[in-house]
Write a protein that binds this ligand. Structure first.
Ligand code: AP5
Ligand code: MG
Ligand code: ZN
Length: 215
């Protein structure tokens, strides 16, 4: 099962990926998480990526494509994978097609979680995540039981630096200009599956589950 999870910033890709990876035992490949990890470790790639992420811009394709190509060649991806936040440009999608050809594989579905802009802004502005284990919460929609503390590991809850109002609006604009053309790209291949993300996470998850079970 080789799946792409698409959708604008704050649509719930990471939230749904958590459930999919647990249920279907596929590795979750989030380019955003990979970049945040590199920023945290202070690697040269992280330092380069940080400049773009803090402004809500896309990290250049040559950097992004390289890390995904390497990741997809790893052993744990051979029986299937879940891409989250990649591809995000036509150039990245074409590069992914080439990598898949080289590996003798194909994409089975591109699941597009769609949500109105106003709700996306609310989701991004209220998101916090655990500094230790990465669990994601929302201050209003899925708050932790104790303010500022992770339910799972008691770690400190922090806000992503790109979730401030100004950067969030930039990310939405970048999505519309550079990523939304990909919807037609996958529709034309017969792979696009639209899912209404403006419902509770469980309902969104059930619909994704029935799509995946039907593949
Ligand atoms: P990335 O990390 O991919 O961010 P994004 O696409 O902007 O998406 P988010 O992670 O913000 O949202 P999500 O859809 O995962 O939502 P979540 O489940 O957390 O990218 C960050 C940056 O990295 C980019 O701006 C770019 O600079 C760079 N980058 C990454 N990939 C790249 C690429 N391919 N090319 C170039 N650059 C790249 O949910 C959001 C909130 O809503 C949470 O609080 C959650 O609890 C809540 N929530 C989720 N679902 C629901 C629901 N159904 N109801 C109520 N609340 C919900
Ligand atoms: Mg995410
Ligand atoms: Zn935690």
């Amino acid at each position: 099962m080789n799946i792409i999870l698409m959708g604008p910033p704050g649509a719930g890709k990471g939230t749904q990926a958590d459930f999919i990876k647990a249920k279907y035992r596929v590795p979750h490949i989030s380019t955003g998480d990979m970049f945040r990890d590199a920023v945290k470790k202070g690697t040269p790639m992280g330092q380069e990526a940080k400049k773009y992420m803090n402004e809500g811009k896309l990290v250049p394709d040559q950097v992004t494509i390289g890390i995904v190509e390497d990741r997809l060649a790893e052993d744990d991806c051979q029986a299937g994978f879940l891409l989250d936040g990649f591809p995000r440009t036509i150039n990245q999608a074409e590069a992914l097609d080439k990598v898949m050809d080289k590996l003798g594989k194909k994409i089975d579905a591109a699941i597009n979680i769609f949500v109105p802009d106003k709700i996306l802004i609310e989701r991004m502005s209220g998101r916090v995540s655990c500094k230790e284990c990465g669990t994601v919460y929302h201050l209003v929609f899925s708050p932790p039981s104790q303010s500022g503390k992770c339910d799972k590991c008691s770690g400190e809850l922090i806000q992503r630096s790109d979730d401030n109002a100004e950067t969030a609006v930039n990310r939405l604009q970048v999505y519309i200009e550079q990523t939304s053309p990909l919807l037609d790209y996958y529709k034309n291949k017969g792979l696009l599956k639209d899912v209404d993300g403006n419902r509770d996470s469980k309902s969104v998850g059930s619909e994704i589950e029935s799509i995946l079970n039907g593949l």
